[in-house]
Design a protein around this ligand. Structure first.
Ligand code: 2M8
Ligand code: MG
Ligand code: MG
Length: 281
C-alpha cells in the first residue's frame, strides 16, 4: 500500500488543525513501512514543518496537485537513474520536483480578468494580509504566513452566490481552468489536479520501489479530493463537520462515521484489519 492523504478536514481537524486523534493509526502505518503521502492545497512552506513534526520522510504533493516534492534521499538520487526511469525532474534544494501547474504570473493575470468579470465576489490570497488570513482560517500568524507563501496557486476567499460561482467556472473552463471548493477557499487548477499528481507519483513509486502493482489508498473530505479518490484503489471519504459528502460514484468507497482525524484513524484501522484478516485466511 501507499496512503495518499488530504490534510485540512482529513488528517487535520477542520477547526483546530490538530492531527492528535490520527497518531495511533499513523504509527501503525509507519510500523508496517507503508508510505504516507500528503496531497493537499497547502504550500511547500506549510508542508515542510508539518512533515518534520510527523516524522514523514516521504514525498508530498502541494497546492492541489500543482507539484510533487520528492526528498532526494528518498527517491532515485542521480539524474542518470531518473532518465533510466524515463522522468525529468528539477532540482530544488533537498528535493526533486515535478511541477504540473503554471506559476504565479499566470494566476495573477487570470485573477485580474476574474476581478473584472465578477467584481466584489472574492478576495484572492495574494492580496490578503497575514492578519486577514489569520481571521479567515484561525491559523497562527506563523502558519498563516506559510499559507500565503504560494508558488503555484492563488486560492480565492469567495463571498459571491452560487450563480456567480457557476459563471466564474464557465469562464475559467474556456481557459482550461478547473474551479473546485476546498474547506474554506475556492481553488483554481490548471493542467493538473490531485488525481493526476497521485497517478504520476504512484507510477513513479511503483517503478522506484520495484513493486508492480502498488495499491493506493486515498483519503479526503472535500470536492477538491474527488479526482484523487477516483484514481485510488481504495477511496475514503472522511466526514466533514461543515459540509455533506461530495458526490462520488465508486465501488471501493468507504465513508467514515467520525469527523476529520478521528475518521481518518477509523478508516485506516478498518482497512489494515481487513487486509490482515485476508492474508491469514
Ligand atoms: C487553504 O486550503 C483549504 C483546504 O481545504 C481550504 O480551501 O479551506 C489553503 O490556502 C491552505 O494553504 C491553507 O493552509 C488552508 C487554511 O485553512 O486553506
Ligand atoms: Mg480537506
Ligand atoms: Mg485540502
Amino acid at each position: 500500500y501507499v496512503v495518499y492523504t488530504d490534510l485540512d478536514g482529513t488528517l487535520l481537524d477542520h477547526d483546530s488543525y490538530s492531527y492528535q486523534a490520527a497518531l495511533p493509526a499513523l504509527a501503525r502505518l509507519v510500523d508496517l513501512d507503508i508510505p504516507v503521502v500528503p496531497v493537499t492545497s497547502k504550500t511547500r512552506a506549510e508542508l515542510e514543518p508539518l512533515c518534520t513534526e510527523l516524522k514523514l520522510q516521504t514525498p508530498f504533493i502541494v497546492e492541489n496537485g500543482a507539484a510533487v516534492f520528492l526528498p532526494k534521499n528518498y527517491a532515485v538520487e542521480t539524474e542518470e537513474q531518473q532518465s533510466e526511469a524515463g522522468v525529468e525532474l528539477s532540482s530544488c534544494g533537498c528535493y526533486w520536483v515535478k511541477a504540473f501547474a503554471p506559476s504565479m504570473p499566470y494566476w495573477l493575470q487570470l485573477i485580474e480578468q476574474l476581478q473584472q468579470l465578477q467584481p466584489n465576489t472574492f478576495v484572492a490570497m495574494h492580496s490578503m494580509s497575514v492578519a486577514e488570513m489569520v481571521e479567515l482560517t484561525s491559523l497562527s500568524t506563523v502558519a498563516a504566513e506559510r499559507a500565503l507563501t504560494r508558488e503555484y496557486s492563488d486560492p480565492l476567499h469567495w463571498f459571491g452566490n452560487d450563480e456567480q460561482l457557476q459563471q466564474l467556472s464557465d469562464y475559467c473552463a474556456q481557459q482550461d481552468v478547473q474551479v473546485v471548493k476546498g474547506g474554506r477557499f475556492v481553488h483554481l487548477l490548471k493542467d493538473t489536479d490531485k488525481g493526476m499528481a497521485l497517478r504520476w507519483l504512484n507510477d513513479y513509486l511503483s517503478e522506484f520501489m520495484q513493486q508492480a502493482d502498488l495499491e493506493s489508498i486515498a483519503l479526503g473530505d472535500g470536492e477538491n479530493d474527488l479526482s484523487m479518490l477516483r484514481q485510488a484503489d481504495i477511496a475514503v471519504q472522511v466526514r466533514s463537520p461543515v459540509h455533506e459528502f461530495p458526490e462520488l460514484e465508486k465501488t471501493a468507497l468507504y465513508r467514515t462515521e467520525r469527523f476529520g482525524p478521528e475518521g481518518w484513524a477509523e478508516a485506516i484501522t478498518k482497512i489494515l484489519n481487513s487486509s490482515a484478516k485476508q492474508s491469514y485466511s
